[in-house]
Ligand binder design. Structure first.
Ligand code: UD1
Length: 347
């Protein structure tokens, strides 16, 4: 069976890691990269780290306003999918490349599978939520990371199958070898990532975040790999971070930080979930989460009213590492379950 997988942004490459290599053993896999992310650190570095073969096609689209970016992807993808003529198109997660990939598949009437289906944030003004809802609605095979995601689809009248979360498969697979390869950092520190448009492109919110981090950095080490979007917006708003930041990092490095940090502060959907997998307390700079499972026992605390004081109050609360319930995310069997479903399509 020929499967065309369409990816484009950093979280997609992490989700590809184990799945793509496993699929390649049994299927004729064609990998299409839209070029949504193009910096070495945001794209090629992950292909190298996970030994994912070079994409068969790279559209090189790059950064544009949302509609224009998706539109440019659609134009190219229609031609490429016609040429490739796959039996199945696969998209992952909720990024713009997933929406463009899904639309182009369905425009050509090709069967579509969505990995990480049914996740809901319940606010359609969030770009990723719009992408998720549309992709799930038009996809033929919705593979859900959690039972909550499957029941979200059920409530919407769409079919979904609980397979587990491929990010947990990756976490379990790679965290064991990252522990062997590099010794965990001895120091306790706060691991921070911020990149969501809702935070970075709003001066007031970004200022609250920057001020809180500056204050925290006087007492604790902060490890903050800076996303290009955040870097650009800090400069544009003339906001200064009074501690050293680092460039975007590899997945293994991020796992190491997650496991050695005393606290994670993030607005990333993926990282708040990985903090949960690692048993590290997390603060999410957002009013809601697409991963309600992480809120159990205050493992993850949302900042619904984002102010500097609110961030500081919660960041200075005493919180201890906890034991995550991994069965909520499928116990690391998502790739195996996905392969069973894909084989059944091939039969
Ligand atoms: C996208 C995803 C988000 C994901 C994030 C991970 C959507 C709607 N959002 O957001 O869910 O968590 O990726 O990073 O798809 N830029 C660079 N170099 C790059 C890529 C981006 O400098 O390689 C800068 C550009 O200024 C660009 C901005 O980052 O305009 C935003 O990039 P974009 O791809 O639009 O979205 P992300 O914020 O990365």
């Amino acid at each position: 069976m020929k499967i065309a997988t369409i990816v484009g942004a950093r979280p997609n490459f992490v989700k590809l890691a184990l799945l793509h290599k496993t699929m390649m053993k049994e299927f004729d896999c064609v990998l299409i990269h839209t070029g949504q992310h193009y910096d070495y650190d945001m794209s090629e570095a992950f292909f190298k780290e996970f030994s994912i073969p070079k994409p068969d096609y790279n559209l090189g689209i790059g950064s544009f306003p949302r509609g224009e970016q998706i539109g440019k992807m659609l134009i190219e993808l229609e031609w490429i999918l016609k040429e490739v003529s796959p039996k199945l198109v696969m998209v992952l997660g909720d990024v713009n490349s997933a929406l463009a990939g899904a639309l182009s598949a369905k425009i050509l009437n090709l069967p579509l599978a969505h990995i990480e289906a049914g996740v809901r944030y319940n606010d359609m003004s969030q770009p990723e939520e719009l992408n998720r809802v549309i992709v799930d609605r038009i996809s033929n095979l919705n593979l859900c990371p959690t039972p909550t995601a499957a029941s979200n689809l059920d409530l919407e009248g769409t079919d979904g199958i609980f397979t587990g979360d491929i990010m947990l498969d990756n976490f379990l697979h790679y965290s064991s070898d990252s522990w062997h390869q590099s010794a965990p950092l001895a120091k306790q520190f706060i691991y921070v990532t911020v990149h969501r448009a809702e935070n970075t492109d709003n001066k007031e919110r970004l200022q609250h975040i920057a001020t809180a981090l500056n204050k925290l950095s006087k007492k604790q080490t902060i490890v903050f790999p800076l996303h290009p979007r955040t870097k650009k917006m800090l400069e544009q708003f003339h906001l200064k971070l009074e501690f050293d930041v680092i460039e975007p990092i590899e997945y293994h490095q991020s796992l190491n930080f997650l496991q050695s940090a005393s606290l994670v502060i993030t607005d990333s959907g993926g990282l708040q979930k990985e903090a949960y997998f690692a048993g590290t307390p997390c603060i999410t700079l957002d009013k809601n989460t697409p991963w309600p499972e992480t809120l159990r026992s205050e493992a993850n605390i949302l900042i619904s009213n984002l102010t500097c004081d609110n961030i500081l109050n919660i960041a200075t609360m005493r919180r201890v590492p906890f034991r995550p319930i991994l069965s909520l995310f499928g116990n690391g069997k998502a790739v195996e379950n996905t392969m069973i479903l894909l084989r059944s399509l091939n039969a």
